[in-house]
Design a protein around this ligand. Structure first.
Ligand SMILES: N[C@@H](CCC[C@H](N)C(=O)O)C(=O)O
Length: 267
């Protein structure tokens, strides 16, 4: 049996497993344990490695077994678990997208409010051409992992005659993005607020995304002139981003809640 912790951030849910249980079966474990009908169910697994020098390192696997550079919400979920189980209010978590420092702002165990340093976003305007759909204007944004952000003004976040889920699904696996991409559909509501929807690489539509929140905010700040402190509202709730200048680190503040812990049959 494999010990696990389950946590979520605005409904974006993760299993946390110790790296020692993975036995090089990360992808297979992600596919099996993230299945919502036949196992625990989650959007991804964070494998937590404890290095001999005391540092932590996270490997993130999406529900389809693909490995991503990092997750903003998943990182915060691990920070919440380390705060709850080991009393760590400040922690640096290494990821393949770079180290992420997390700081507990409010502790109402099992619910935490956490601020994370999310690196320096890179935003590049780009129009892509999709067969059968046409030109789609947006921005490629890298926040440690890849995103394509599209600004929309429709009520339902749809664009090009398609629902955001259908268009997101096509863009996410388009050969234009050889490593795949996460896709966000962003509406600017005011200078201080955006609303957005998320189609995640390796997972599909999700109610929230930490890196998606940062990518959407960075695109809106760099290309639409919104405030540098923003409320970003996804289906699962709001998070706060602060990006004082394009060459600075973006900070992200949002909740993370531990749901349960237990043991599950492995492969
Ligand atoms: N939900 C995550 C992002 C997870 C990784 C993503 N699916 C990818 O493949 O890059 C977040 O909160 O950032």
């Amino acid at each position: 049996m494999i010990p696990f912790v389950k946590a979520h951030a605005c409904g974006n849910d993760f299993l946390i497993l110790e790296e020692t249980v993975a036995m090089r079966q990360h992808a297979a474990l992600a596919r099996k344990l993230c299945s919502r009908n036949t196992s625990i169910g989650a959007d991804g697994i964070e494998f937590l490695e404890r290095r001999s020098n005391g540092e932590f390192f996270l490997r993130l696997f999406n529900a389809d077994g693909s490995e991503a550079e990092l997750s903003g919400n998943g990182t915060r979920c691990v920070a919440a678990w380390l705060a709850s189980s080991e009393g760590l209010d400040e922690v640096v978590l290494g990821t393949h997208g770079g180290p992420r420092s997390c700081h507990v702002v409010e502790d109402a165990d099992p619910l935490y409010l956490i601020e994370s340093e999310m690196g320096v976003p890179r935003v590049m305007e780009r129009t892509i051409e999709l067969p059968g759909i046409g030109n789609v204007a947006g921005a490629m944004v890298n926040v440690g992992n890849p995103h394509f952000v599209i600004f929309v003004d429709s009520e339902d976040f749809g664009s090009h005659g398609l629902s955001w889920q259908a268009l997101g699904g096509q863009i996410s696996v388009s050969p234009l993005f050889p490593h795949g991409t996460n896709v966000e559909f962003v509406k600017v509501l005011s200078k201080g607020e955006i609303a957005f929807r998320i189609f995640e690489r390796g997972c599909g539509p999700t109610t929230s995304s930490g890196t998606g929140t940062c990518a959407s905010s960075a695109a809106a700040m760099a290309l639409r002139g919104v405030d540098r402190e923003l409320k970003a509202v996804a289906e699962g709730g709001a998070q706060r981003t602060v990006w004082l200048a394009n060459d600075q680190i973006m900070r992200l503040t949002g909740p993370a809640e531990i749901i349960c812990r237990g043991e599950v049959a492995g492969l």
